[in-house]
Design a protein around this ligand. Structure first.
Ligand code: C5P
Length: 226
């Protein structure tokens, strides 16, 4: 039997790493929903609808029909990369700038409704691992396995900082830490679909766990449900 696996949690808890490992192992589809919110944010930035201290929500809502999000498989890494209106924007959506505008964009109910509808369509046949903030609560409330991932803000910022350094971005640890904390605050306090642990989700704190152990723990939980 194919099941649906929902992985939610705070930013930079390694959700996408474990989600991808699971999907590869189970031969399931993997969907990174954060990438979809980031692509919408990039669209808003390019249209001049969001910048420091400014966000024209109404114009973004009016332009939502002009946004198409798709995924394309990178043949060398096997990873699904996100496209905005046909353009592969995978690398462009990972900057600290996009990270700093994405949470306000994700508070807009019309944006959420559009993306949630697409996510539910992608999961209609099950056999899917999806990570995000509202997967177990809103997108797939009946998912057979729900994981809620946490880790300390400092550990998460350290991981994200190292990732950005590896890409060659010039940033400081302090700016990454403050972005992580700010996104947590917006994501957990927004009105529509706030980040919250579903009652039937299993919480995993990976501040001190290594990635391999965590993968085997979650894989076993999945196998128990298949
Ligand atoms: O997962 P990632 O950190 O890339 O997500 C970026 C942002 O997108 C989150 O901080 C959150 O504001 C938003 N998001 C969301 N719902 C999801 C996935 C992401 O609101 N399902």
């Amino acid at each position: 039997m194919k099941i649906t696996i929902a992985i939610d949690g705070y930013s930079s808890t390694g959700k996408s790493t474990v989600a991808k490992q699971l999907a590869d192992w189970l031969e399931y589809i993997y969907v990174d929903t954060g990438a979809m919110y980031r692509a919408v944010t990039l669209f808003a930035m390019r249209k001049g609808l969001i910048s420091d201290g400014f966000f024209d929500k109404e114009q973004l809502i009016k332009k939502l029909d002009a946004i198409t999000i798709t995924f394309v498989k990178n043949p060398s890494t096997g990873k699904a990369e996100v496209c905005l209106n046909g353009e592969n924007v995978e690398s462009l959506i990972r900057t600290l700038e996009v990270s700093s505008f994405v949470s306000p964009v994700a508070t807009v109910s019309e944006v959420r409704a559009k993306l949630v509808e697409q996510q539910q369509r992608m999961g209609e046949e099950k056999g899917i691992v999806m990570d995000g903030r509202d997967i177990g609560t809103v997108v797939f409330p009946n998912a057979e396995l729900k994981i809620f991932m946490t880790a300390s803000a400092e550990e998460r910022a350290k991981r994200r900082y190292n990732e950005l350094l590896e890409r060659g971005d010039s940033i400081t640890y302090a700016s990454v830490l403050s972005n992580v904390i700010e996104r947590d605050t917006i994501d957990t306090t927004r009105k529509d679909s706030p980040l919250v642990k579903a009652a039937d989700a299993i919480e995993i704190d990976n501040t001190e766990t290594n990635i391999e152990d965590q993968f085997h723990t979650i894989l076993q939980l999945a196998k128990d449900r298949i």
